[in-house]
Design a protein around this ligand. Structure first.
Ligand SMILES: [Ca+2]
Length: 97
């Protein structure tokens, strides 16, 4: 790796990877989020955009939506799908302002 400074987009990508792995650590599979890890991530990292998730049933619903391969966990690819969709919606909101 060269010592070049990261670009803004590269920083964002690195941030996504770092955040995901911070929450995926522990609880058996270090490369996926289980339900409690997902809930923690949503509540600590996405509360401005998604609101506080205090309702376990709601978290289960989000989990089910994200868990495309149905293994009961959210892997990085499934997580990125959520971020992509949210980013898309945010962009729509900004354009409406
Ligand atoms: Ca999954």
């Amino acid at each position: 790796m060269s010592a070049k400074e990261s670009t803004q987009l590269e920083e964002c990508m690195t941030g996504l990877i770092t955040v995901f792995h911070n929450y995926a650590q522990g609880g058996g599979d270090n490369n996926s989020l289980n339900k409690s890890e997902l809930k923690k991530l949503l509540n600590c990292e996405l509360y401005n955009f998604m609101g506080k998730q205090n309702d376990d049933a709601k978290v289960s619903e989000i989990m089910k939506e994200l868990d495309e391969n149905g293994d009961g966990k959210v892997d990085f690819q499934e997580f990125v799908t959520l971020i992509g969709a949210l980013t898309f919606l945010c962009n729509e909101c900004f354009q409406d302002m």
